[in-house]
Design a binder for this molecule. Sequence first.
Ligand code: MG
Length: 454
Amino acid sequence: MSRLIVSVSGVRGIVGETLTFDVARQFGAAFATMLGPGKTVALGRDSRPSGKDFAKAIVEGLTGGGVNAVDLGMVSTPGVALMIKRLSADGGVIITASHNPSPYNGIKFMTPSGVNLPVEQAARLKTIWESGRFHTAGTPGKVTRDDRTHRLHIDAVKAIVNVPAIRGRKFKVVLDSINGAGSVPTAMLLAELGCELVHINGRPTGEFVHEPEPIARNLTGLCEEVRKHKAGIGFAQDPDADRLVIVDENGVFIGEEYTLALTAAYVLTRTTGPIACNLSTSRMLDDVAVRAGAKLFRTPVGEANVAARMMKEGCVFGGEGNGGVMDPRVVTVRDSLVGIGLMLDCLAATGKTVSGLVAELPRYEMLKDKFPCPLEKTGKVVAAVRAAYAARKGARLNDEDGLRIDLPEGWVQIRASNTEPIMRIMAEAADAEAATALAAEVRRMADAVVAATT
Ligand code: MG
């Protein structure tokens, strides 16, 4: 059964069923209560048709609590993050259900640093919302409009790449924007970088012509277009344009893990400093860091966790293996425009092809599995797996997020979902057989715990 999901990543539900305009108004009021009157919030929305009405409802909640709202209109998630900083706002809101199908919408909240709310603040917001006790201001907050987001975002991306070098290559690029919030600014960016653009699903209508999650099975159309047009590279964004995946010059989807691995490897040829990613991201990042002599910090899953570690450790780059690259020179939020800029910069600087760059990285096979597990048993499952591996020779255990076991032949992680009664297993090794074996061993241990009656 579908329900309203209120987690560290924000609020998500089915429009009109679990996520209503009343709920949106309440969350606007709760955020205003948390911030206090007189503060200012930047607000944007992706291209889902319900976004405009949700924006109106949230603005009502915010202004009722005495908080000023700057309406950015239809913009990307990283665009909101960027504007929070440019406006010196006290927080931000983006209305998006990210890669979820069109019946969904959602609300994500951001800090004055333009990053997702850290866990404690997200919990506080949830508590205020649940209490239903919201501050009502004598003087309502003001609403203003700001249409500069795309321009400022594109300029920020251009500032970190060699624009003349990219323009000189006249790259032919196929882009699938899934009719999302990335449609307009990304086309502008590519035009200014001198690219010949074949834009598919490039109207920001919120009409998702394929499942919007940017993964292989949803991107066969993009791969075909890259081959048909003999393009140098293909890109796909998710509806709020924070995630990016890449198709090589042969029309081959290279896998979402490569977006961060390739861009991190490139950034580390230009600058020195630590990088960060979550514990579910490919071992390629360890290899990239070792080659560059850089330190890699691993964090629990959740963009806010990666962002917090990047800020704490002064990381020069970071992100998530799901196609999320984070460059603090632009925003410490996953940003597909940054990913596109850096990939084109890399192609221009090295003269290599995408497949050539991929071939320079070690090849791993990653495998993901999930299974139902009652919430009260997830801790027992992790404990059983920990006990089994603790004494294993060469095993390194990290329990910052479920349990990740690094072995010489690969790694395996088991963790409970934040939002559903399921557990996820990820495994990565040099080949599929080895990864399957790693995941299967952990799955057997988990099944035994789930099946046990006590
Ligand atoms: Mg997204």
